[in-house]
Design a protein around this ligand. Structure first.
Ligand SMILES: Cc1cc2nc3c(=O)[nH]c(=O)nc-3n(C[C@H](O)[C@H](O)[C@H](O)COP(=O)(O)OP(=O)(O)OC[C@H]3O[C@@H](n4cnc5c(N)ncnc54)[C@H](O)[C@@H]3O)c2cc1C
Ligand code: SF4
Length: 494
């Protein structure tokens, strides 16, 4: 530990963000790096804990606590404090294939579990991580690592999200020949066509795909396994297959009026927006346009927040986001204690932007949509809602109860459904014959990743359900190790 009193001497500094009204005029990233000297003093705040909870990486009561890829955070905090950026990069890359993604969009469960956060704001781990990898690219320290020997084993990875990319990277470095199949026109999975540009600019994703290609990985885009190439063909042509197809089957609203024109799944909205931005800077008109419209996002989560931010950039007339749950408390409650990350009220980027544009937080809490109503031409014109109360039933379980007299009608011409996901898309899994769980994800044990079908493995959201990039990287890395072991009898991969 470079500075024993760093956590007393220095306050936490937040990564700078561009002004909300300014950033609403473009699609560039809203957050920016901290200056070098600030990063060094932020690194000095780390206490080099005997038991560093920042990197425990486990689930406590179902909540991710600490870093799932076990980044050796105290070591690189110290190296950054000392100005040894190259050494910090070496440490970071030992555990994380893609810090440029997690350093930008990970919700940083490491910070929620940081010991310093018991009494003070946590160490700025995420800002430091981002700075280390950005410096690595800026200084030319990241160059293609082309394996010297090839094993002759061929592996197919289906899906190019963070799980597929992490598996591909590990297996390629182990000397296997890796082909990644992706049905979209661009690789990256939700890194490319889920998370909007203002959170993660797409040249950052493309830079990594280019590097992986230079290192020998073959990306086959515009190819849907199950249609363009069958499961049997894939199994015949490759020694092993890893299914990293994500869990993108969206949950629908089973409500009267769902068929009205102007009602869309959130993912259709976000993915077409990013594709149109990348293809033509929106010149092609191939996106759902919220300009001048009253927009309602149904679903209180992060996907919904990304829809709010997208609609604001398109100059919507108004935007609100409905959530079923009550507003979160301002401070931790007794059932949400450290080292579980705090489940408290925060003003994420999208909500800050909505406040700046329209003067209020767009979130409406404890609200239930009852029906959607279209005009005579079938175009959506309004939503009918009622307020809900969260109460305990006779068995002690929380249930939602409607509050009579709180009915309300909301004018809307666009609605985005962001009420979660129902697991992996099933047709491909059926074609492979792999077993699935009650949650519609691949039945494969965490840490093993084997399915009931010989030589077929599964990792990431396809196995875990919709989750986080950092878990996808963790599973992709571990599945690579298991595939390597399966093919070679033993493995040196972590
Ligand atoms: C809108 C949104 C925002 C998010 N924001 C964040 C965030 O800020 N931070 C965070 O940590 N997590 C975020 N997440 C979650 C995170 O993106 C996912 O957990 C992560 O991407 C899962 O990685 P994956 O590789 O398992 O699957 P995915 O990223 O879903 O990739 C699966 C890929 O498989 C491809 N595929 C599917 N079927 C086939 C087939 N038959 N043939 C060929 N290819 C196929 C798909 O096209 C896709 O490219 C967000 C999720 C969403 C939906
Ligand atoms: S828990 Fe926080 S203070 Fe302790 S080692 Fe990790 S980052 Fe440093």
């Amino acid at each position: 530990m470079g500075k024993a009193t760093g956590f007393i001497d220095y306050k936490r500094e937040k990564a700078p963000e561009r002004k909300p009204l300014t950033r609403l005029n473009d699609w560039k990233e809203y957050s920016a790096p901290l200056p070098d000297q600030t990063l060094r003093t932020q690194g000095a705040r780390c206490m080099d804990c005997g038991t560093p909870f920042c990197h425990i990486g486990t689930e406590i009561n179902g909540v991710t606590s600490g870093c799932p890829i076990h980044n050796v955070i105290p070591e690189w905090n110290d190296l950054v404090y000392r100005g040894q950026w190259k050494e910090a990069l070496d440490r970071l890359l030992k555990t994380n294939n893609f810090p440029e993604f997690t350093g930008r969009v990970c919700p940083a469960p490491c910070e929620g579990s940081c010991t310093l956060a018991i009494t003070d704001p946590a160490v700025a781990i995420k800002s430091i991580e981002r700075a280390i990898i950005d410096k690595g690219f800026e200084n030319g320290w990241i160059t293609p690592r082309i394996p010297e020997k090839r094993t002759g084993k061929k592996i197919a990875i289906v899906g190019s999200g963070p799980a597929g990319l992490a598996s591909a990277d590990q297996l390629n470095q182990a000397g296997h020949s890796v082909t990644v199949f992706e049905r979209s026109d661009r690789a990256g999975g939700l890194l490319t066509y889920g998370i909007p540009n203002m959170k993660l600019e797409k040249d950052i994703v493309e830079r990594r795909i280019t590097l992986l290609t230079q290192e020998g990985i073959d990306f086959v885009t515009n190819t849907e396994v199950g249609k363009d190439i069958t499961a049997d063909e894939l199994r015949a042509q490759f020694d092993s297959v890893i299914l990293c197809i994500g869990a993108q089957k969206q949950r629908d609203l089973g409500l009267e009026g769902r068929e009205a024109k102007g009602v869309h799944f959130a993912m259709d909205y976000l993915s077409t927006s990013t594709k149109s931005l990348l293809d033509s800077n929106f010149e092609d008109g191939q996106f759902i346009d919220a300009e001048g419209k009253d927009v309602i996002v149904i679903g209180g989560g992060d996907t919904g927040a990304d829809c709010v931010a997208t609609a604001l950039r398109q100059k919507c007339n108004s935007v609100v986001q409905f959530g079923k749950h009550p507003v979160l408390p301002m401070a931790r409650t007794s059932d949400n204690m450290w080292p579980v990350p705090p489940n408290v009220f925060t003003l994420e980027y999208a909500y800050e932007e909505a406040e700046a544009a329209f003067g209020e937080d767009p979130r409406k809490y404890s609200i239930q949509t009852k029906k959607l109503v279209a005009d005579d031409d079938g175009n959506l014109k309004e939503l009918h809602t009622i307020q809900m109360e969260k109460v305990e039933d006779e068995n002690g379980l929380y249930v939602f109860k409607e509050l009579p007299g709180t009915e309300k009608i909301w004018p809307a011409q666009l609605v985005f459904i962001a009420i979660g996901f129902e697991g992996a898309e099933q047709p491909l899994l059926k074609q492979f014959g792999v077993n699935t769980t009650a949650r519609n994800v691949v039945d494969a044990i965490y840490g093993q990743y084997t399915t009931n079908i010989e030589a077929v493995f599964a990792a990431g959201d396809a196995r875990r359900g919709q989750s986080l990039i950092v878990w996808a990287i963790n599973e992709g890395r571990e599945a690579a190790r298991e595939v390597d072991r399966y093919l070679m009898g033993s493995s040196n991969l972590p």
